[in-house]
Design a binder for this molecule. Sequence first.
Ligand code: ADP
Ligand code: MG
Length: 610
Amino acid sequence: MSDNLILGIDLGTTNSLAAVMTSGGPEIIRDDRGASLVPSVIAFSEGKVTVGQEARDHAVENPTATVYSVKRLMGKSVEDLTNEMDVLPYDIVPGRHDTVCVNVQGRRMTPQELSAIILRDIKTRAEVVCGSGKEISRAVITVPAYFDDSQRQATRDAGRIAGLEVCRIINEPTAAALAYGLDRNEDACIAVYDLGGGTFDVSILRVSGGVFEVLSTQGDTQLGGDDLDRELINLLTDEIRSEFGEELTFPPATRQALRTFAEATKIRLSTELDATVEVALGGGRVFRRTITRDEFESLATRWVDHTIEHCARALRDAGLGPQDIDQVVMVGGSTRVPLVCSKTKEFFGREPYTAVNPDEIVALGAAVQAGILAGIKRDTLLLDVTPLSLGIETLGGAVGKLIMRNSTVPCQASETFSTYVDGQTSVDIHVLQGERELAKDCRSLGKFQLTGIPPMPAGAPRVQVTFLLDANGILGVSARELRSGKAASVQITPAHGLTRDEVDSMVNESYAHAMEDLNAHRLIDLRNESERILKAIEKSLETAGDVLTPGQRQALDAAVGDLKAKREGEDCDAVYEAMGVANDAAMPLTEAQMDSVLSKTIKGRKMDDV
Ligand code: ADP
Ligand code: MG
């Protein structure tokens, strides 16, 4: 394998897998038993972390320490997830910056960290298979076409955490079409129908000259193969109860067995006309039942019909009819259900493209894209639409990216920032383009100022910066202070003056400097964060310093001194550790202050403000 190996990864809600590009075409990574799919499940028990099938096998017995469907949490806030919280059995808690975390046995883990555990597992498996003991450090990761910027960024961050530089995030439907070689079509409309384990989506793409454009995407994030399993589980439990008594309870081991049987039955019915289930209920009792495909299809029909309704909606959004679709591509394990294929065929009026393994097609496409990036596959055009990322400079010279490279245009992204100094009445907005982590290494596209912000304490103003990239690649930037409504805007043409080679070299540079940049960025973040902590401690000491015992005060002074010293150094881990120590030492102070702040706010607030 060559040094420039880039892994193509399908990071799925239910299953994840990887493929690589070889001289003979894309190849799926399989373990020594030939298995490619790694269930996207992580189990934590007795200090051990397991990923994949083993973790999945124990999900029912160990519900609170088994995390699955992490993809649903990526880039989401608690508010976004109100509907899903009840469905997921593990503990979802609010995280920083309006994100969510999973409470895993008392430890808060971000969805990015959890996804990184899966990605690291995939990476390690691939390293074993590709041999030669070389580390694989780059990847292309696929995401659903409807993923927004924060979900894409979260995916990219997960890659980074797993030690993978994510060269490209591509849309799953695009990857599937790429795997079929549909990028060579001169001008065609493609419908990609993706029915996985817990999600369904359909995307209408237009491909022309190697560029894929997502015309529309529709779907249901709560519809998939799991629903078909559940139909079978319900059927089985109802019949078991009517045969052995209504009061019969199902202990975790039996529930796990039922789930496994239900899925196995469903899978068998994709190729057989009937399948027999046998469940041992203890005490020598055995339940036996043969289910026919007709019976299964009558349970599955309403779910499949829903997917067809979404197809109709997606076509309507794209302004097309079924007759305008040149190709229909089937993706996802659940498209092996014969009823799914026949209904899709009926709706689109054409034979769909079905892969031997529809659950592997997206990873194959990701590997094709990886091959293009690595220069192995030269006969295909690059798919980029926005050649470079767009962002603004944040405190300390770091870059906060708003529009990621290769976003389809037109697109829009916003992010909210705040001030760092009390009473600050204006902010400078420095718009940047490039892949590097530091502002000084990116191309400056322009600066403007948002003025007239009413004086507020540091951190109180909410400055929302919005990037709107129109179909011509023209960037409009606007900023608005949300509390006062103060707004400013500027027009910028980002691609202006950058040649293809310049773009390539900026990208290559970003590869070459990835690690260096990452550390530099992390150091800036840590310094900013420690500055904030030091200021907060100083403030609290003024108002509540007297709650500390002499011993506590001494410990706090020492911790503050140490943090100030470490902050000047270059060692990220040392700064991080010193921050933790200072935070802990300030705890009695924070608690005392929290009480007074809480009572003050409650007293001083009208109900409307809460
Ligand atoms: P995701 O994209 O959500 O990660 P996959 O594409 O891997 O998911 O699809 C997983 C789903 O496919 C599961 O519900 C699984 O039971 C179902 N599946 C896999 N093989 C078959 C089959 N032969 N027949 C029916 N369903 C199948
Ligand atoms: Mg999938």
